[in-house]
Write a protein that binds this ligand. Structure first.
Ligand code: ATP
Length: 602
């Protein structure tokens, strides 16, 4: 058996790096500016420990365009490089001076890690020139490379400490000679970098963004203003969480809870991810738990690698820890507000509820905590909110079914289900509101997770049967009467699947009640929003149960009616009235109803 080493040919690898290193060409500027920021941070560190002598000077970074000569220049006043360092750092791909500095000085403010970023300059340049003077007392160095593995190196005139990098923009990349384009990139990636960055005489960045400051030094006004800085067009946020962790990973940031109205579209991708104040992405999918993507704000962690692919992020243990930590912080904050200021928590529930429900469905760890502060709003009394425990206590006597489960009666539409809600109220039942876009899924999900609870929509059955207590309701109708009523209602209604049952309800109850069996209705609702197998249900006709109240006085006359067509029309109208109350009378069925009603009246 022989052992060997794979050889890499630089001529082959270079074009690959150039082409595939980063999918987005814009980020070359982020990489070069990050290097300039690193160089500036390094000189600060070295100066503070006395390793670099002399004045620090103005550490600003300047970006400038020369359209005529087709160059883009980035100049800093950082540590600079000696000729030896240029050889070491720039002539060796993937040798990171940043990593080396980090290991030596444990300086957490350094951005670079991989020793690849500099090469991204070749994605947009024919040639890259570097002029650099080290803080060490050595001659300045000039280095130039045209993107082939050969390079030039020599001495140059540069007097000032620091590095100037001149990119000769290639013909495919002339967009990077456009000032608006450059400003756009700088504003996106460099908006909060810690060293001042200037372009066309204007400073691009805020070097001390709010999240790097101490929460104890900040006022509510500061947080609101920062929110405006991030989202100039947004409504003021409900509240916020300032994240500040240094163990077992580094993470700072501010997460805002936005106001959400159900009718508004939910905006994801509103959290910006930074690494040492360098913008990385606003697709935080794998870093932030799915349900918290509705939050807005910034997260900054040097432990999140800048350059790696998404699939790597998913497996990264730091990322997973960050995920769990953010979930915990958010939950703690919600619990704190709930405990300390329940009234304001209830007022904000319309918005908060959406996160909480979404989180309860998707994160079991969150569910355990949220069970304590999850709220349900009473359908009749707007100001009445229940936690799950409070609801159970309130309905203990009346709303337990034969299996001993608590039946949570809910409405999805106060207006349309008004009649059913009133019937519930008369019985002393407490119905709650589940009207938001996540509620259909939430109800299904919680039934699986809360073993002692069942959800039933107020119109799922006639009120007497809503809570299945295994008590049979006594019918005062004779068998014959029931049979003739049933055949009378043996109607064919287009696009509806109708089941008829005859019951002896109280004479005050409506003559016909339309209800929609819970299971089929849920399948249909789910099918309408999700694809695949479930969407099959969405295409099925609506299932309706018509409960004919045989005790209603109207049937005394109706059953005696001699004129068969008249009888049929009246029967159909009674059924239609019930369907109307369920919003199921549409199109030609509705037109027919109107015409028939006019006929019957004349
Ligand atoms: N403007 C600069 N001033 C001083 N040194 C620099 C400058 N630009 C690059 N260097 C040196 O060259 C090294 C290589 O840079 P490069 O961008 O390729 O990698 P990196 O910054 O270490 O890591 P990353 O790939 O994460 O950016 C740096 O670590 C640094 O030592």
């Amino acid at each position: 058996m022989e052992k060997g080493q794979i050889r890499v040919q630089t001529e082959n690898i270079f074009p690959i790096i150039k082409k595939f290193l980063y999918s987005e060409h814009d980020i070359f500027l982020r990489e070069l500016i990050s290097n300039a920021v690193d160089a500036s941070q390094k000189i600060k560190t070295l100066s503070s420990i006395g390793e670099a002598k002399g004045e620090l000077g103005d550490l600003r970074i300047d970006v400038s365009l020369d359209k005529e000569n087709k160059t883009l220049t980035i100049a800093d006043h950082g540590v600079g490089m000696t000729a030896e360092e240029v050889d070491k750092y720039l002539n060796q791909v993937a040798f990171s001076g940043a990593e080396e500095f980090l290991n030596k000085y444990k300086d957490a403010s350094i951005i670079g890690h991989f020793g690849l970023g500099f090469y991204s300059a070749f994605m947009v340049s024919d040639k890259v020139d570097v002029y650099t003077k080290s803080f060490k007392d050595e001659p300045s160095t000039f280095w130039s490379c045209d993107g082939s593995p050969s390079y030039e190196i020599g001495e140059t005139e540069k007097q000032e400490r620091g590095t100037k990098i001149v990119l000769h923009i290639n013909s495919d990349s002339e967009e990077f000679l456009d000032a608006d384009k450059i400003r756009g990139i700088l504003e996106k990636f460099c908006k909060f970098l810690p060293i001042p960055i200037f372009f066309e005489d204007k400073q691009i960045n805020n070097t001390a963004p709010l999240w790097v400051k101490k929460p104890s030094e900040l006022t509510d006004e500061d947080y609101k203003n920062f929110y405006k800085e991030l989202y100039p067009f947004g409504e003021p946020p409900l509240f916020w969480i300032h994240l500040n962790v240094d163990y077992p990973f580094n993470l700072t940031g501010i997460l805002y809870f936005p106001k959400i109205k159900q009718s508004y579209e939910i905006q994801k991708d509103k959290i910006q991810l930074y690494s040492n104040q360098v913008f990385v992405t606003d697709e935080v999918k794998d870093i932030v738990p799915e349900f918290l993507m509705l939050l807005h704000g910034v997260i900054d962690s040097p432990d999140i690698p800048l350059n790696v692919s998404r699939s790597y992020l998913q497996g990264d243990p730091n990322v997973r820890k960050i995920n769990a930590h953010i979930t915990k912080k958010v939950s703690d904050k919600l619990e704190e507000i709930f405990k300390n200021d329940r009234k304001s928590f209830e007022e904000k529930w319309e918005s908060i509820g959406l996160f909480v429900k979404y989180g309860m469905m998707t994160e079991d760890k969150f569910l355990d905590k949220a069970n304590k502060y999850f709220l349900m709003q009473d359908a009749q009394e707007e100001k009445q909110f229940y936690t799950l425990e409070e609801y159970k206590t309130a309905v203990e006597a009346l709303q337990k079914n034969k299996e001993g489960k608590y039946v949570i009666l809910y409405t999805t539409d106060l207006v349309q289900q008004d009649a059913y809600l009133k019937a519930c109220a008369e019985k002393g039942y407490k119905a709650v509101r589940f009207e938001t876009i996540v509620d259909a899924a939430f109800v299904n999900n919680m039934e699986m997770k809360w073993s002692d609870v069942q959800f039933t929509r107020v119109d799922a059955d006639i009120v007497d049967n809503l809570i299945d207590k295994n008590e049979s309701t006594e019918s005062v109708l004779s068998k014959d009467e029931a049979e003739s009523l049933k055949s009378l209602f043996g109607l064919q209604i287009p696009n509806l699947n109708v089941t008829v049952e005859v019951k002896g309800l109280s004479p005050e109850t409506a003559p016909v009640l339309a209800t929609r069996p819970e299971f089929m209705r849920r399948m249909k609702d789910m099918g309408a929003v999700s694809g695949g197998m479930a969407s099959f249900y969405a295409t099925m006709p609506d299932e309706v149960t018509l409960t004919v109240n045989g005790n209603h006085p109207i049937y005394q006359t109706l059953l005696k009616e001699k004129d068969k067509t008249q009888q049929e029309k009246q029967t159909r109208n009674l059924a239609d009235l019930a369907l109307l109350s369920q919003g199921l009378l549409k199109g030609s069925n509705l037109t027919d109803f109107i015409n028939r009603s006019v006929e019957l009246m004349s």
